[in-house]
Design a protein around this ligand. Structure first.
Ligand code: NOJ
Length: 578
C-alpha cells in the first residue's frame, strides 16, 4: 500500500537543492548568550557556528530577531527592518550572513506578516483614529449588531484565539474592536488592502537584497480571511464547553490565499537568480491544499510545514494528550508521502519552538532508552522524503523540563491558557499538569553546551531555567563520542547529502498495521533502502516480520551491530536491499 513515486523523476530537470538539504532552526533567545544578559543573541550564534558546520546542516532558519516588545518572544514585530538590541545589531546580522555563506550555509529569516506587534508604528497609526489613513491596514469592526461596545458577546465574531479568549479586543478610544488570531498584542494585518501587501513585499525584497536566502513564513495560510462583500466576517461553529467558536473556516487557507502567495512570488522572488528557500508554515493545511501550494508550476512556496502528525496525540485541544498510536502516524505520514508524490514537497520535523521535546513526547526519555529513542525517531523521520528540520538541542537528545510550579513558565500561550482554564473552573493542579506536558517552554530552555552551571549558555542568569539534566546531556560530552545522539544526526545528514535514494526515492510503507515496528522502503534507479524502526521496548524477530532484511547490507544503524534477525527496543536500521 501507499507507494509514492518521486516528484523529481530521473532524467528530468535536476531536483532543487533543498531536496538534499537539512535545515537547522535557531530560537535565538535560547541558543547562546554572548553578553551575559541571560538571553541568547546574534553574537552567541556567531560563536557557535562550528557546531552547525560539524553537524553538516545546510540552512539556518532563524526565529525572529527584529525589534519587538517580546510579548510572544519576537513573533510580535514592531519594526521589520532592524534587529532588536536584545539580540544585537544589523551589522551583526550582516556578519552572520557572510559567515554562513563562507561556510556554505544559507540563512532563512522568519517572516511574520499575518500580524504585527501592537507597538508597530503601522498599528499605532491605525488605532489613532477611525479616519486614520492606516485604519484599513488592520481589521477594525464595530460591536455585533444589537450590542454595545464592551458587552459580553459584543465581539464582531465568536472566534476563539489560538492563545485563549476571543480574537477581538476593544479599543476604548474608538469604540471598535480589532482582530488578533493570537495574543491581543499581535493585531492581524488586513491583506485585502493592497498597500499592506506591497509594504510587506518591499520589506521582503530589502532582506533578500541584504543577502538572506529566503523565508520561513509564519502562519502564512491565515493571511486571507473570508470577508463578505459588506465587510462582515462569519461566526464559526461553537466549541463544546466554551462560549466561543472556531473561526478556522474563515481564515485557514482563505479564499484569496493562493492569489496572495502567487502575487508575493511575482513581486519578491521571480527572476532572482539566487538559490532561495520559501517555507510556508501552515497549520490545518490538508495534503490536497499542500500540493497546490508547492506545485512548482503555480509559483507559490517551495514547501509547506504542516501539523497533522503533531496533532495525532491531542484530544479536544493541545492541552489534552494521549499516547501516539503508531498506526495513526503511519497513516498520516504515508498519506503525505503519497499525496505529494508526483507534485509538491513537505517539511519533516518532530521538534520546534512550539512543540514539547519529541524524545519525551514520542520517544522514551528514561535513562535506559533516551539515547536509543532519540536516535530511532531521528532515523525514522530523516529517511522519509521531504526536507528534514532539526531544532536546536534535538541533535543532543534534549528532553522536556521538569516544571514544578506556574512561576517557572514564561510562554504567553501557556500563561493565557492557565488564566482562562482556571477562571473557567478547571482544577489548577490539572492545568499545571497539562502545561508540564504540553507547554512550548519545554522546547525553549537554553541549549545545553556543557556541564557547567548554566550549561555554557550564559555567564548571567538564564531567562528560562536550564534543564538540570545538562550535567549529563550536553554538546561537549557528545562531540567526540561516536555513539552519541549528535554523532547519529551527523551520519543521517551526511547520508541525505550522499545518497539520492534518501533525498528523492519513491516511498512505500510496510507493515501498516503493526503497533511498534515502523518500516518502509525508498527506491530510485534500481536502488532500494529499507528502513525499519522499533518504536517501543519489545524485542522483535525480524526474520518473521521482514525476512528480506536479514541478509541486507547495513547502511546505518543506531545500536551496535548484533544478530541481524533480531530488532532490539528502539533500534533503527537503514538497509540496502540487494
Ligand atoms: C507560529 C509560531 O511558530 C509561534 O511561535 C507563534 O506564537 C505564532 N505563529 C504566532 O506568530
Amino acid at each position: 500500500m501507499d507507494s509514492a513515486p518521486s516528484p523529481f523523476p530521473t532524467g528530468a530537470e535536476p531536483a532543487p537543492w533543498w531536496t538534499r538539504a537539512v535545515v537547522y532552526q535557531v530560537y535565538p533567545r535560547s541558543f547562546m548568550d554572548s553578553d551575559g544578559d541571560g538571553v541568547g543573541d546574534l553574537g552567541g550564534i556567531l560563536q557557535r557556528l562550528d557546531h552547525l558546520t560539524d553537524l553538516g546542516v545546510d540552512v539556518l532558519w532563524l526565529s525572529p530577531v527584529y525589534p519587538s516588545p517580546q510579548a510572544d518572544n519576537g513573533y510580535d514585530i514592531s519594526d521589520y527592518r532592524d534587529i532588536d538590541p536584545l539580540f544585537g545589531s544589523l551589522a551583526q546580522l550582516d556578519e552572520l550572513i557572510a559567515a554562513l555563506h563562507a561556510r556554505g550555509m544559507k540563512l532563512v529569516m522568519d517572516l511574520v506578516v499575518n500580524h504585527t506587534s501592537d507597538a508597530h508604528p503601522w498599528f499605532e497609526e491605525s488605532r489613532a483614529s477611525r479616519t486614520s489613513p492606516k485604519r484599513d491596514w488592520y481589521w477594525w469592526r464595530p460591536p455585533r449588531p444589537g450590542f454595545a461596545a464592551g458587552d459580553p458577546g459584543a465581539e464582531p465574531t465568536n472566534w476563539q484565539s489560538f492563545f485563549s479568549g476571543p480574537t477581538w479586543t476593544l479599543d476604548e478610544a474608538s469604540g471598535e474592536y480589532y482582530l488578533h488570531l493570537f495574543d491581543r498584542r499581535q493585531p492581524d494585518l488586513n491583506w485585502e488592502n493592497p498597500e499592506v501587501r506591497h509594504a510587506v513585499y518591499d520589506m521582503m525584497r530589502w532582506w533578500l537584497d541584504r543577502g538572506v536566502d529566503g523565508f520561513r513564513m509564519d502562519v502564512i495560510n491565515m493571511i486571507s480571511k473570508d470577508v463578505a462583500p459588506d465587510g462582515s466576517l462569519h461566526d464559526g461553529p461553537p466549541i463544546p464547553g466554551s462560549a466561543l467558536g472556531s473561526g478556522y473556516a474563515s481564515f485557514i487557507c482563505g479564499p484569496r490565499i493562493h492569489e496572495f502567495l502567487q502575487e508575493m512570488h511575482r513581486e519578491v522572488f521571480a527572476g532572482r537568480p539566487e538559490a532561495l528557500l520559501t517555507v510556508g508554515e501552515m497549520p490545518g493545511v490538508t495534503v490536497e491544499q499542500a500540493r497546490l501550494f508547492t506545485d512548482p508550476a503555480r509559483a507559490e512556496v517551495d514547501m509547506v510545514f504542516q501539523f497533522e502528525h503533531v496533532g495525532l496525540d491531542h484530544g479536544t485541544s493541545k492541552w489534552e494528550v494521549h499516547p501516539l498510536r503508531m498506526r495513526d502516524l503511519k497513516a498520516s505520514f504515508g498519506r503525505w508521502q503519497t499525496g505529494l508524490a508526483e507534485v509538491g514537497w513537505n517539511s519533516l520535523y518532530w521538534d520546534n519552538h512550539d512543540q514539547p521535546r519529541a524524545v519525551s513526547r514520542f520517544g522514551d526519555d528514561s535513562p535506559e532508552f533516551r539515547r536509543d529513542s532519540a536516535t530511532c525517531l531521528a532515523t525514522l523521520l530523516h529517511l522519509h522524503r521531504g526536507t528534514p528540520y532539526v531544532y536546536q538541542g534535538q541533535e543532543l537528545g534534549m528532553a522536556n523540563y521538569p516544571f514544578r510550579s506556574l512561576e517557572e513558565f514564561a510562554d504567553v500561550e501557556s500563561l493565557n491558557h492557565h488564566v482562562h482554564a482556571v477562571s473557567a473552573g478547571h482544577d489548577p493542579a490539572d492545568v499545571l499538569a497539562a502545561l508540564r506536558t504540553s507547554s512550548r517552554d519545554n522546547a525553549r530552555t537554553p541549549v545545553q553546551w556543557d556541564d557547567s552551571p548554566h550549561a555554557g549558555f550564559t555567564t548571567g542568569r538564564p531567562w528560562l531555567a536550564v534543564n538540570p539534566d545538562h550535567v549529563e546531556w550536553n554538546a561537549a560530552a557528545q562531540r567526540d563520542d561516536p555513539t552519541s545522539v549528535l554523532a547519529h544526526y551527523r551520519r543521517l545528514i551526511a547520508l541525505r547529502h550522499e545518497d539520492p535514494v534518501v533525498a528523492l526515492g519513491d516511498f512505500h510503507l510496510l507493515l501498516p498495521e503493526h503497533d511498534e515496528v515502523y518500516a518502509f522502503t525508498r527506491s530510485r534507479d534500481g536502488g532500494t533502502l529499507l528502513v525499519v524502526c522499533n518504536v517501543g521496548r519489545t524485542t522483535y524477530r525480524l526474520s518473521s516480520l521482514l525476512p528480506e532484511v536479514v541478509d541486507a547490507e547495513l547502511v546505518l544503524g543506531n545500536l551496535p551491530e548484533d544478530d541481524p534477525a533480531v530488532l532490539r527496543p528502539w533500534e533503527a536500521r537503514v538497509l540496502r536491499l540487494p
